[in-house]
Every structure is written in structure tokens, then in C-alpha cells.
Design a protein around this ligand. Structure first.
Ligand code: FES
Length: 266
């Protein structure tokens, strides 16, 4: 649904980097949003809306977090509390939170941590969360993940905070020492590929949240196509060909059977 909503707040979360968190009064969207879905946001006079994942949805409000990367997000960063924003959503297929008694391992990198936050809220202490960042100054949502009860691990590439190294190193360590039922990941492709392959090796179900450039956001233009092997086709999947999937409405979250379930080179 498209709605013109009130902005409650729009704040920069880090000193050094332009990452913002916006809270929007959107009762109808908040009521039906599922973890991993996104909203398509109209940015000033730009023709194309921008897809931004929903970090949380409760009490009639949604929170979206974004990195200022271009004209659209720069315009967004200038909006103030009390202003209005035109959003369409919630859109897409999200993560599976149908059985939160299972143990989930969440692996997020950079701004890919935000859609995982509402999954962590749903799973509570049954969630292990591994958040990877380039460096200390870009870390956000540490307190939020801790407060929802998840076992939190932070890794930085340069070792300036938490564990030194990539998220995948910590993911492997957790998998070595715990029985995990499902892995969910969102972040850079290279990170998700490594995690999906690890899931395949250990025969653990894996959901990946894909990111592609979008235009229409309603499944019509095919701008956002990625190549996926559908976990629900065939038995064993390895011999099933890749098929085109639209990230906007077939995803962004895909349930892949094994590490080769995504054409990572596409
Ligand atoms: Fe148009 Fe996905 S953005 S089909």
C-alpha cells in the first residue's frame, strides 16, 4: 500500500559515516510487515523510488535505516521530524519466523544487519547474531541486538572492535560449537556466498536476502532479476537449472537449498 506518513525522527547514527535511522508513523504497514520485507520510498522529485528494508515494525511505527549513497538517500537525510514521507509497502518475501523455538544464526554485514534485527527480535535468545563491519566507527545497533536477547558477536575487518576478521570466521566457530537449525544472512554478496557454502557443507537450511538495483518494485520491469535455484523444485536441487527471480517480489529473501542455490556471479 502507498501511504503518505508522518516522520517521527530522522537521525544520523554514526559520527563518521552517513548512516541514518528514520522512524515513521505507519500503522497499517507496521501491522502487516514481516522481518526481511522492505518499503519503496519516494525521494523528492526522483522518478524511481528507493527500496529500504524495514529494520523494525511495532507500535504502529516502522524504522528504516539507510546509508547515504546517492541523490535519493541524500534527499532522505534532509527530512525532518514532523515532515511527511511517501512510502509503498511492505513489499517482498521476508525471513521465516514461523517457528522461533528453533536456533537461528543471523549473519549480517554493513547495512545488511538491519533487516536481520527484526528476526533477532522474533527469535530472542534462540538467535545467534554475527555482525560484521569494516571498522569500529561504522558499528550500529549493538545495543538493539543485545536488548532483544540474542547472543551477539561483532567482528571488524581491521580489529578495531570485537573480533578481528570477517563475519564468516565467527559463523564457522559458532557452527562448530552449536546446533543451528537455520541460517539467515544479509550483506555483501561475497559474505553471503561464503555463508551459504558453509550451510551447504553442514546441511543446514539457509535463507539469503538479495540486493539488486530496483525500478518498479512491483515485479513488472525485471530490473532486479537474480538467478536462483528454487529449493522447492526437484529433490536435491543440485541438478535443477537457475531460474530468473525478481528480488522485489519473489525475494528479497530466498530459501536456498545449498550454496549453489544462487548464481553469485550474476
Ligand atoms: Fe521491477 Fe523488480 S524492480 S521487477
Amino acid at each position: 500500500m502507498i501511504a503518505l506518513c508522518d516522520i517521527i525522527s530522522n537521525e544520523k547514527m554514526t559520527e563518521e559515516y552517513n548512516i541514518y535511522s528514520m522512524i515513521i508513523d505507519a500503522p497499517l504497514i507496521a501491522k502487516i510487515a514481516k522481518p526481511g520485507q522492505f518499503v519503496h520510498v519516494k525521494c523528492g522529485g526522483l522518478t524511481l523510488r528507493r527500496p529500504i528494508s524495514i529494520a523494525s515494525a511495532k507500535n504502529g511505527q516502522i524504522k528504516i535505516c539507510y546509508d547515504v549513497r546517492g541523490e535519493g538517500t541524500k534527499w532522505l537525510s534532509g527530512l525532518k521530524s514532523g515532515g511527511k514521507i511517501d512510502i509503498n509497502g511492505p513489499i517482498g518475501k521476508g525471513f521465516d519466523v514461523s517457528d522461533t523455538s528453533k536456533k537461528v544464526l543471523l549473519a549480517g554485514g554493513g547495512i545488511g544487519i538491519y533487516p536481520l534485527y527484526s528476526v533477532a527480535e522474533a527469535y530472542g535468545e534462540n538467535a545467534f547474531a554475527v555482525l560484521g563491519f569494516r571498522t569500529k566507527d561504522i558499528i550500529t545497533f549493538e545495543k538493539e541486538f543485545k536488548e532483544c536477547g540474542s547472543k551477539l558477536y561483532i567482528a571488524t575487518d581491521d580489529g578495531s572492535y570485537g573480533r578481528k576478521g570477517f563475519a564468516i570466521d565467527t559463523v564457522k566457530e559458532i557452527l562448530d560449537n552449536n546446533k543451528i537449525d537455520i541460517i539467515m544472512t544479509c550483506g555483501p554478496k561475497i559474505m553471503m556466498k561464503g555463508i551459504a557454502l558453509e550451510a551447504q557443507k553442514r546441511n543446514i537450511r539457509c535463507q539469503v536476502s538479495m540486493e539488486e538495483r530496483m525500478a518498479c518494485g512491483i515485479g513488472a520491469c525485471l530490473a532486479c532479476v537474480c538467478k536462483i535455484k528454487d529449493a522447492n523444485v526437484g529433490d536435491g536441487v543440485l541438478d535443477v537449472p537457475f531460474t530468473n527471480k525478481r528480488v522485489c517480489i519473489d525475494g528479497p529473501v530466498f530459501d536456498i537449498f545449498d550454496g549453489s542455490g544462487v548464481d553469485w556471479e550474476w
